[in-house]
Design a protein around this ligand. Structure first.
Ligand code: ACO
Length: 448
C-alpha cells in the first residue's frame, strides 16, 4: 500500500467561548497578558451538556456522513485523550454505539493516554496498522478529544475544548513520510493529574515550558539525523513548507519555531542568512542549559525567526488561538487551520508536525501532501471542516458565566444521579449532548 495517511478530517468545538480580553479584565491580569503575552484570542469550553464523549460522537458521526463513509468500512478505531471520565471503560467503547447500530462490532483499537500526546499515539497506531500485515483493507479512524480546564490562577486562560476525527487509509492526500520521525521521551513532573477526584492538572508552568522546548530541540536533532541518513543530505527548515506545533498557547509556538532557527544556526544549515548569522553569533557558545535561561537569546531568536514564522507557522495558528489548548486535539486543530488557510497551495508540499505530551513524550514527524480525489481531497476537507463558519457562529459568554460553569462542572466531575439542563439552544442540529448520569454512573446522550 502506498501513501498511507489522513484521507478525511472533521473538527468539532463547543459553540460556547470566552474572550481572552474580557478574561484579563475579570482576572485582574495586566492588559495584554493573555492576548499578547500568551498570544491567545479566545477560549472554547464545554457547558454542562457537552463533554469529551458527546463531542467525539458529534465529530465521528459528522465525518462519516459528510464523506459518505459506511460505518461498516471502519476496521480500527483509536482514541487519544487525557480527560478521564472512567478509569476502565474506554471512550472508544462509547463511540461503538454508532457502529453497533450498523451491525459493525468488528473494530480493533482502544484509548491512548499520555497528556497531549495520546492523539499522535492513536494516529501512529492506525497508520502502522494500515501499513502492516494485520490490515484487513478497511479504514482506520482516529479521534483526539479533550476538554482542558485549569484551576483558577495563571494557567486558567490556557484551557480549551475540541475533538478532531481523522480517517486513515492508503492513497491519502495527507500521507506520512514514515521514516522521518524523531522522538524524545523522558520522566518529568511538569504537568500531571495525580488527584483523581479533580479534573484539574497539577502544573509547574515554567518547567513545562522548558520541557517543551527541550523536547523540540531533541526531536529536531533526531529528525535531522534521520533525514540525513535516508535522504543523504542535511535538513534545514527550508525543506519544510510549514511547521505545525502542539499549541498550549501561541507564545510557546513562537518560541519553539525560534528554537528551530537557533538549531539551524548551530548546525550551520542553509536556512540561515548572513544577517541571522550575525545576530545569533553572540549565542554560539552557550551551553544547552544556558540557552534555555537566556532571555536575550529568546528575544533575538524570535526576532530573527519572524519573517520565516510569518510564512511557515502563522497560517497554522488560527484555530488554536481561537479555541485554546485542546490537549490531544491541539496539534491537529493547528493542522486544520493550515488546510483551511492554504488548501489550494499545499499539493507537493512537506509539512513538519511536532507533538508534545507532558510527563513527557514528544515526536516530530513529516507529512507529504497532494490534492487527492473527492471526497478525499484537500479542498473537500477544508469545505467539510468549515472552520470559518464554525468560529463565526459561536456564542461569547461573559467571564462570570464561564467561571460559574466551571464551578458547576467541578461538582459534576465524578458525580452520579444528575440530569443536565438539556439546554441545546446553542448547539447546531446533529450535535450530541449529555442528558443524564444515573445512579450507576452510566452516562446517557441524545442527538439534537
Ligand atoms: N502585555 C504583554 N505581555 C505580557 C503582559 C502584558 N500586560 N504581562 C505579561 N506578559 C507576558 C510575559 O512577559 C510572558 O511572556 P514571555 O514568556 O515572552 O516573557 C507571558 O506574558 C506570560 O507571562 P508569565 O508571567 O510568564 O505568565 P504566568 O507565569 O503567569 O503563566 C504559564 C504562564 C506558565 C504558561 C501558565 O499559563 C501555565 O502554567 N499554563 C499551563 C501550562 C502549559 O500550557 N505549558 C505548556 C506545555 S505543557 C501543555 O501543553 C499543557
Amino acid at each position: 500500500v502506498n501513501n498511507v495517511g489522513i484521507l478525511a478530517m472533521e473538527i468539532y468545538f463547543p459553540p460556547t467561548c470566552v474572550q481572552q480580553e474580557a478574561l484579563e479584565v475579570h482576572d485582574g491580569a495586566s492588559q495584554g497578558k493573555y492576548t499578547i503575552g500568551l498570544g491567545q484570542d479566545c477560549m472554547a469550553f464545554c457547558t454542562d451538556v457537552e463533554d469529551i464523549i458527546s463531542m467525539s460522537l458529534t465529530a465521528v458521526n459528522s465525518l462519516l456522513e459528510k464523506y459518505h463513509v459506511d460505518p461498516k468500512q471502519i476496521g480500527r478505531l483509536e482514541v487519544g485523550s487525557e480527560t478521564v471520565l472512567d478509569k476502565s471503560k474506554s471512550i472508544k467503547t462509547f463511540l461503538m454505539q454508532i457502529f453497533e447500530e450498523h451491525g459493525n462490532t468488528d473494530i480493533e483499537g482502544v484509548d491512548s493516554t499520555n497528556a497531549c500526546y495520546g492523539g499522535t499515539a492513536a494516529l501512529f497506531n492506525c497508520v502502522n496498522w494500515v501499513e502492516s500485515k494485520s490490515w484487513d483493507g478497511r479504514y482506520g479512524l482516529v479521534v483526539c478529544t479533550d476538554s482542558a480546564v485549569y484551576a483558577e490562577g495563571p494557567a486558567r486562560p490556557t484551557g480549551g475544548a475540541a475533538t478532531v476525527a481523522m480517517l486513515v487509509g492508503p492513497d491519502a492526500p495527507i500521507s506520512f513520510e514514515s521514516k522521518l520521525r524523531g522522538s524524545h521521551m523522558a520522566h518529568a513532573y511538569d504537568f500531571y493529574k495525580p488527584n483523581l477526584a479533580s479534573e484539574y492538572p497539577v502544573v509547574d508552568g515554567k518547567l513545562s515550558q522548558t520541557c517543551y522546548l527541550m523536547a523540540v530541540d531533541s526531536c529536531y536533532k533526531h529528525f535531522c539525523s534521520k533525514y540525513e541518513k535516508f535522504e543523504g543530505k542535511p535538513f534545514s527548515i527550508n525543506d519544510a513548507e510549514y511547521v505545525v506545533f502542539h499549541s498550549p498557547y501561541n507564545k510557546l509556538v513562537q518560541k519553539s519555531f525560534a528554537r528551530l532557527v537557533y538549531n539551524d544556526f548551530l548546525r550551520n544549515a542553509s536556512s540561515i542568512n548572513e544577517d541571522a548569522m550575525e545576530k545569533l553569533s553572540p549565542f554560539s557558545n552557550l551551553s544547552l542549559d544556558e540557552s534555555y535561561q537566556s532571555r536575550d537569546l529568546e528575544k533575538v531568536a524570535q526576532q530573527v525567526a519572524k519573517p520565516l514564522y510569518a510564512k511557515k507557522v502563522e497560517p497554522t495558528t488560527l484555530v488554536p488561538k481561537q479555541i485554546g489548548n485542546t490537549y490531544t486535539a491541539s496539534l491537529y486543530s493547528a493542522f486544520a487551520s493550515l488546510i483551511h488557510n492554504k488548501h489550494s497551495e499545499l499539493a507537493g508540499k512537506r509539512i513538519i508536525m511536532f507533538s508534545y505530551g507532558s510527563g513527557l513524550t514528544a515526536t516530530m514527524f513529516s507529512l507529504r501532501l497532494n490534492e487527492g480525489q473527492k471526497p478525499f481531497s484537500l479542498s473537500n476537507i477544508a469545505a467539510v471542516m468549515d472552520v470559518a463558519d464554525k468560529l463565526k457562529s459561536r456564542h461569547e459568554f461573559p467571564p462570570e458565566k464561564f467561571v460559574e460553569t466551571l464551578k458547576l462542572m467541578e461538582h459534576r466531575y465524578g458525580a452520579k444521579e444528575f440530569v443536565t439542563s438539556k439546554d441545546t439552544t446553542l448547539l447546531t442540529p446533529g450535535t450530541y449532548y449529555l442528558t443524564e448520569v444515573d445512579s450507576m454512573y452510566r452516562r446517557f446522550y441524545a442527538k439534537k
